[in-house]
Design a protein around this ligand. Sequence first.
Ligand SMILES: Nc1nc2c(ncn2[C@@H]2O[C@H](COP(=O)(O)OP(=O)(O)OP(=O)(O)O)[C@@H](O)[C@H]2O)c(=O)[nH]1
Ligand SMILES: [Mg+2]
Ligand SMILES: [Zn+2]
Length: 316
Amino acid sequence: MTGRGLVVSGTPGPDRDEGVVLDSVGGVYRVLTGSGDVVDAFLRGRIKRGDAPGDRVVAGDRVRLASTGSGEQALTIEEAFPRTSALVRAGFRGHRPKVVAANVDQVLVVVAMTRPAPTAEVVDRFLVLAESCGLPALLVVNKADLRDEADPAFLDLLPLYSDIGYPVIPSSVETGEGLEELRRQMEGKTSTLVGPSGVGKSSLLNALIPGLELRTGAVSHRVGRGRHTTVGARLLHLAGDIRVIDTPGFSDVQGWGVNPDELDGFFPEIRRLRGHCRFRDCRHLGEPGCGVIAGLEDGEVHLSRFGTYRKLRSEE
Ligand SMILES: Nc1nc2c(ncn2[C@@H]2O[C@H](COP(=O)(O)OP(=O)(O)OP(=O)(O)O)[C@@H](O)[C@H]2O)c(=O)[nH]1
Ligand SMILES: [Mg+2]
Ligand SMILES: [Zn+2]
């Protein structure tokens, strides 16, 4: 802290000259300040975060503001504070890592019962994303009103995820199913919603926050996919100390650049077994004395999950 007339209060949390980034559009950052105002601010030069080169300032980042006189560009972001956590899409095949949201406590992986039809692989990929960021994850299966149209094989898999340790919450914006439980799980935390386009992430938030009116989009009938209605990550505060960051649906769920040798750590049920392998560097792809393959045989590891593990490994 420098002596630039900052208001440093005795209470924790941002003060008037500190705030949290809600969203950014075209270089304008909307920042919620400690005094409860929402202000527009601009980045001061190139902010050097130091901890991760190339990071941008994103929704959820805590920043220090300064005013640089009057006029249009009156407020600047002088500094972004170190993050406690971040949802990061790791670089893959030459792409640079992309920070999607900062200071997140948990990830809500949202899929739909149908329209768009979910696959176990997509669910697993989003769960791996959360695990690779060190964040706890919940699985929200929205459009529960369309349960009768869902693929029975997918419904049969759901108990598997709660067995592994991911709470599974069926929800519906149409009937209100699951919304109370969702609210309970989100209370007192910052959550981020991830999932394919069109599954109803923004609709869920609209249902949870009366009057919010986030843009939502119809799922294309032709291809049965969403249309990427949400374009940037956006932090929202709900009544009752619920903070949530809506993100655009990720179009490519291709590999998230997870180090192949770390991948087994991002499947909790595989992580628990890897200590039983004969070889320390076992890849669990057929080596003798593999604890994971043994777990597959006695049902501790599900074939569907193992299939995703193998597929992700082959993508690296
Ligand atoms: N039947 C049914 N339709 C829903 C439900 N929730 C959302 N929808 C519909 O699904 C479509 C897509 O919803 P969005 O909220 O825009 O989806 P999104 O996940 O935010 O999509 P992106 O912003 O593109 O990532 C809209 O037409 C919603 O009305 C639900 O619980 N049941
Ligand atoms: Mg959306
Ligand atoms: Zn092994």
